[in-house]
Design a protein around this ligand. Structure first.
Ligand code: TRP
Length: 343
C-alpha cells in the first residue's frame, strides 16, 4: 500500500492572527520574550500574518539608511528564530498599497476625538501643555493618525486575533470602534472585529538596570550581538553590593530576573537555592546567564548573520509574502470600494 500523502496544512478553518513589527530599533531579548516567541508559537495554530510596519516607523525614523537597516534586522531576526515564510504570510506594509487606500476610508469613520485620546499622541500633547508649549509642538499628522493606519493593517485581512503587548491594547480598541462604525453605517459586517491577545506574564522583561527592557532606556540585552559584546553587556547588569556569602532574595535581582526566562526548571531551582542559602557570587551568576544566552541564541545568530549578508534573499522572501498578502488585500479593497459606493 502506498504511503498516505502528507496531509496538507488546513488553512480554511484556521483563525487569522496578525501583528505588525515596527522597525525602529535593533531587536533585543525583551522583544524576543514579549513578542517574537509567543507570536511564533501562535503561528503553529493560526494562519499568521506577520508584517514589518515600516510606514508606522516613518513617524519617527527619518534617515533612509537607518530605516533600511532596521527593516533588514527585523526580517533577519524573525527568520533566524524560526519564522517559516511558507507558513506565515510575512511582508512589508509598504508593499501593500491597498492598506493606504483603506486607511483613508477608515479615517472617514474615525472620530477625531478618538485620536485625541490615543495614548501616544495624548502623552505628547500633555507633556507639551505642561511645559507651556503649543500642545501640538513636534507632533506630525502621521503620529496623530497612526491608529488609523494600524486599523487598516488589521481590518484588511479579516484578522480575528492580534498578539500585542499591553501598550498596544488601546490601538486594538480603536480598531474595533472604527470597524463597528463602518459596519454600522452600511448595515452589514464587511469588516471583522478583532480581539487583542495580550502576552501578560512577560509584558515587562527587566533590562540590565531593572527597569523595563527598552531601547529608550539603553538597558537592553541584545539578541544577536557578537559574544564579546553580549558578555560585556551582561557584566554591566546592576546588582546590590551583597557579598557571595550573604543569603539573597533572587526575585529582586536583575540577573535572576532575566535568567529565569531561559533556565530549565532544575537549573532554576538549583540557582534559587544558592541565592537563598548564601554562597552565590554575582560574577558567577552573570557568567552562567551569558552561557545560557549563548546556548539559546548562538545558532540563531549564525543564521541571522547569514541573512544580513544576503539582503537579496530577504527581498525575495518579502516579495513573495507581499504577493500572498495582496491576493487577499485586492479583493478586500474591492469589496470596501463597492460598499462605500465607488464601484
Ligand atoms: N503599533 C505597533 C507597535 O508599535 C506596530 C503595529 C503596526 C501593529 N500595525 C500593527 C501591531 C497592526 C499589531 C497590528 O508595536
Amino acid at each position: 500500500m502506498a504511503a498516505p500523502a502528507k496531509e496538507a496544512k488546513e488553512t480554511t478553518t484556521q483563525k487569522i492572527a496578525l501583528t505588525g513589527i515596527k522597525p525602529s530599533g535593533t531587536p533585543h531579548v525583551g522583544n524576543y520574550l514579549g513578542m517574537i516567541k509567543p507570536a511564533l508559537k501562535l503561528a503553529e495554530t493560526f494562519q499568521a500574518f506577520y508584517f514589518i510596519a515600516d510606514y508606522h516607523a516613518l513617524t519617527t525614523v527619518n534617515d533612509p539608511a537607518l530605516m533600511k537597516q532596521y527593516v533588514y534586522e527585523i526580517v533577519a531576526t524573525w527568520l533566524a528564530l524560526g519564522l517559516d515564510p511558507d507558513e506565515v504570510i510575512f511582508y512589508c506594509q509598504s508593499d501593500i498599497p491597498e492598506i493606504f487606500e483603506l486607511t483613508w476610508v477608515l479615517s472617514c469613520y474615525t472620530p477625531k476625538g478618538l485620536l485625541n485620546r490615543a495614548h501616544a499622541y495624548k502623552a505628547k500633547a500633555d507633556a507639551n501643555r505642561e511645559e507651556g508649549r503649543d500642545e501640538d509642538a513636534g507632533v506630525n499628522a502621521g503620529l496623530f493618525s497612526y491608529p488609523v493606519l494600524m486599523a487598516a493593517d488589521i481590518l484588511m485581512f479579516n484578522t480575528e486575533v492580534v498578539p500585542v503587548g499591553q501598550d498596544q491594547k488601546q490601538h486594538i480598541e480603536i480598531t474595533r470602534d472604527i470597524a463597528a462604525a463602518f459596519n454600522n453605517n452600511y448595515g452589514k459586517d464587511v469588516l471583522t472585529i478583532p480581539d487583542a491577545h495580550i502576552v501578560e506574564d512577560v509584558a515587562t522583561i527587566p533590562g540590565i538596570d531593572g527597569r523595563k527592557m527598552s531601547k529608550s532606556y539603553g538597558n537592553v540585552v541584545p539578541l544577536f550581538a557578537p559574544p564579546k559584546k553580549l558578555r560585556k553587556q551582561i557584566m554591566r547588569i546592576v546588582t546590590n553590593s551583597q557579598t557571595p556569602e550573604e543569603p539573597k532574595d533572587p526575585d529582586v535581582d536583575n540577573i535572576y530576573n532575566i535568567y529565569k526566562y531561559f533556565a530549565s526548571p532544575e537549573d532554576l531551582a538549583r540557582v534559587r537555592k544558592t541565592y537563598l542559602e548564601g554562597g552565590l557570587a554575582y560574577g558567577t551568576m552573570k557568567q552562567e546567564l551569558f552561557e545560557r544566552l549563548e546556548s539559546t541564541f548562538g545558532e540563531a545568530r549564525e543564521q541571522y548573520d547569514a541573512y544580513m549578508a544576503d539582503t537579496a534573499k530577504m527581498d525575495k522572501i518579502l516579495a513573495q509574502g507581499a504577493e500572498k498578502a495582496r491576493d487577499i488585500a485586492t479583493p478586500m479593497m474591492h469589496k470596501v470600494r463597492k460598499t462605500v459606493g465607488m464601484q
